[in-house]
Design a binder for this molecule. Structure first.
Ligand code: UD1
Length: 336
């Protein structure tokens, strides 16, 4: 039995599908602060499997301990956390509380229940400003905002934990830019309010919910002047968790990038989305967003070498699947 924290979120629902498809039993936990139960209902109907759901916060150590014991959990995939960079600048303590303290409580409950296998959702944001590219796991870690620092501190905490008790089996996964949706169009990203990230914003422009995209800067030193990112299909990302989990047979701590190794520019994303949707995406050029880097992409070779994982889906597929989800669910899960 796998405990999946953040199980009703965007990444969580896709990881849940991947786990169920691979034959795992899953118990999902979420505080529903930024997601809805509806995603889990969709996952159940898609997979034809049951998933037990606990409405709980990872900061509630007793609740987590009970779930670990009652459900016979053998490993935890930990995705629960807050993830908006701008919000983390105005509410840093909320971020430290949810992401750092929450993980401390979760891991304490795991230790008490003697469940010592963990896959942790980290982020490429821990690297900060790239000093070289592609970003490999040895790149210095200098996160530039509170959100990134919470991921960094949790990584450090897990490394210290492993040093002190080397029977733990830990995989730290550094995500690049997850986009797209399950090919069924039944689960996908459902941002509350104005989307911060590029793809959900583009999709909402395409469907007519927003008038135009603002491209934050076209004077970067890149081929077309717009920022370049390593967009990765969320289904590929989800399968990375599965591969990491099967790697946790022996004690150890492994940190791996989950990216494609290829960068795409903001304009390339806009053009690709226009092509797959047949809609035009009006845009304007704005100022650079504070904290943005020009170019960021992964060296994904470690994940391939250590646990046999590789992203396979193209940018066209990412946009097509994202569009299918948006078209089928113009209002996401409808606030349910
Ligand atoms: C952002 C976060 C990162 C987080 C990741 C996934 C920042 C600085 N970084 O990454 O920490 O892990 O999301 O949640 O917020 N863009 C536009 N117009 C828009 C939106 C985005 O031009 O309306 C551009 C950005 O300037 C950037 C690219 O699109 O060049 C990707 O932006 P975004 O999707 O927000 O991802 P990141 O900034 O890479």
């Amino acid at each position: 039995m796998i405990l999946l924290t953040g199980g009703t979120g965007y990444i969580g629902s896709h990881v849940c599908m991947a786990l169920l498809d691979a034959g795992h039993d899953v118990v999902a936990v979420d505080n529903l602060s930024n997601s809805s139960r509806a995603s889990l209902e969709r996952v159940k109907s898609l997979s034809g499997r049951t998933v037990s759901f606990w409405h709980a916060d990872i900061q509630n150590e007793e609740a987590i301990y009970e779930i670990l014991r009652a459900c016979g959990v053998t490993a935890v995939v930990h995705l629960a956390g807050l993830k908006a960079v701008a919000e983390s600048n105005v509410a840093p303590l909320t971020y430290y509380e949810n992401n750092v303290l929450g993980t401390m409580r979760l891991v304490s409950a795991m230790k008490r229940a003697n469940v010592k296998s963990l896959v942790f959702s980290s982020s490429a944001t821990v690297y900060g400003m790239p000093t070289y590219l592609p970003l490999d796991e040895k790149h210095p870690l200098r996160p530039t905002n509170p959100y990134g620092r919470t991921k960094f501190f949790v990584e450090e905490m897990l490394k210290d934990l492993y040093k002190s008790e080397n029977d733990w089996r830990i995989a730290i996964l550094r995500y690049f830019n997850p986009v797209g949706a399950h090919e069924s169009g039944l689960i996908g990203e459902d941002p509350r309010g104005t989307p911060n990230n590029l793809l959900p914003f583009v999709a909402q422009v395409a469907i007519g919910k927003r008038e135009k995209l603002v491209i934050w800067g076209n004077d970067y030193n890149t081929s077309d002047g717009t920022g370049i990112r390593d967009f990765i299909h969320v289904v590929d990302l989800a399968s990375g968790h599965l591969c990491a989990l099967s790697h946790l047979k022996e004690p150890g701590l492994l940190t791996a990038n989950l990216g494609t190794g290829k960068g795409a520019s903001v304009l390339e994303v806009v053009r690709t989305f226009e092509a797959v949707s047949g809609r035009s995406i009006p845009y304007a050029i704005g100022e650079r967003r504070v904290g943005d880097v020009a170019v960021c992409y992964a060296d994904p070779t470690l994940a391939a070498a250590r646990f046999g994982w590789k992203a396979t889906r193209s940018l066209t597929q990412m946009c097509a699947d994202h569009w299918r989800w948006q078209l089928k669910n113009p209002n996401g899960y409808g606030g349910t």
